[in-house]
Design a protein around this ligand. Structure first.
Ligand code: GLA
Length: 369
């Protein structure tokens, strides 16, 4: 039994994937056999939906309704449609990976910032354009969107260009537009990291989740869950999970990895133990009704492509699989939270050598060139 079948009674199991994963047949196979959901790691962020060439060439035409391009997102959506796998949409509004020109008069970085009305119009039309395209061309594929990512920092709302141009009701306005254009059944999420920290947890609840819930604008909360071998204390994680859960929102674990720079057997065994503890908490919360966890997504498919090594340059072995498709001890530890020992089968990955070779592709830049 694979992850997706073992956890099917409780929640979807997903993975973030990159262009590279999408171009390697063995990676696609691993994803489809083990997972029931995926997130595009980068290609559905604003820097890839906003058509830089078009907008900059004719800022008067597009000043209130930005030109969008779906070239980067389509391969993921097509793959999902052809293979019957669901997607999490990530992310409509974020201060990162959004081009600087987007916030300025005439889409000109050297001009002043655009005014609130202009930016509200750009935000609304952006959200409308993305949701409408995805929902009409690929109905039923994306079951949830991160509407706003990471808006809380340093004891309050994060100081971003979004807040500067719109004001602190930016989050509420983004959700208002998302609700207006989202198809029925598409769930709207706020997503953030370090969500077990008490100050952050309390602010997320009081400043974001409660007000949005009262207005009927939000369906769920995404706990990213990029954690380490020691932080946070999983009891604090459990407390936070139950507090978020008690709001009556769905909970998604959206970006799960446990940073571990040590590949030794002993340390990887400890990684498995920490995963076991975490999944036990998630399952207990689900079964007891303390938190309605409906989806758990690992941030990347296997150790060799973790963002911790590739982007943060931290060298990490934080996941359940190797690039060969082999399962690590942590994989069996996760399965042991939900299956009887006798039902846990060794995972054998049947892929030919040529399946590991990528078709030509260009990896998604993480910053604007
Ligand atoms: C954050 C974002 C993700 C991704 C990771 C790093 O958690 O939400 O989209 O950029 O950082 O891969």
């Amino acid at each position: 039994m694979t992850l997706k079948t073992a956890f099917e009674p409780y929640f979807r199991i997903g993975s973030a994937i990159s262009r590279r994963n999408l171009h390697i047949p063995a990676d696609r196979k691993l994803l489809l056999e083990q997972f029931s959901s995926f997130t595009s790691e980068n290609d559905m962020k604003p820097m890839f939906f906003l058509d830089e060439k078009e907008n900059l060439a004719d800022p008067d035409k597009y000043g209130l309704a930005p030109a969008l391009t779906f070239d980067k997102a389509i391969p993921y959506l097509e793959f999902a449609k052809q293979n019957g796998i669901a997607m999490r949409g990530h992310t409509l509004a974020w201060h990162n990976q959004t081009p600087a020109w987007f916030y300025h008069v005439g889409y000109d970085e050297t001009a002043p910032l655009a005014d609130r009305e202009t930016m509200l119009s750009r935000l609304e039309n952006y959200i409308k354009g993305v949701l409408t395209f995805v929902q009409t061309q690929y109905p039923g594929i994306v079951y949830a969107w991160d509407v706003v990512n990471e808006a809380i920092e340093n004891g309050g709302f994060r100081d971003t260009l979004w807040h500067k141009v719109i004001g602190y009701d930016f989050v509420e306005m983004a959700f208002t537009f998302a609700r207006k254009y989202a198809a029925p059944g598409v769930a709207l999420f706020y997503n953030d990291y370090n969500t077990a920290q008490a100050w952050k947890r309390d602010l997320i609840i009081s400043n974001i989740l409660k007000p949005l819930k009262d207005k009927g604008l939000i369906d769920g909360f995404g706990m990213q869950t990029h954690i380490t071998m020691t932080e946070p204390d999983l009891q604090d994680y459990k407390t936070a999970l139950e507090m978020y859960g008690s709001l009556g929102l769905q909970i998604h674990i959206t970006e799960l990895d446990i940073h571990n720079p040590n590949p030794s057997d002993a340390s990887q065994k400890k990684l498995g133990e920490r995963y076991r503890e975490l999944f036990t908490i998630l399952l207990d919360a689900k079964k007891s009704g303390k938190a309605n966890v409906t989806s758990v997504t690992f941030w990347n498919l296997y150790d060799e492509c973790t963002w911790l090594s590739m982007f943060r340059r931290e060298t990490s072995y934080p996941l359940l699989f190797k690039s060969s498709g082999a399962a690590k001890e942590a994989y069996y530890a996760v399965l042991s939270t939900v299956l009887d020992p006798k039902d846990i089968e060794p995972w054998t990955f049947d892929a030919a050598e040529e399946d590991f070779i990528a078709e030509p592709y260009e990896e998604a830049p993480r910053r604007r060139p």
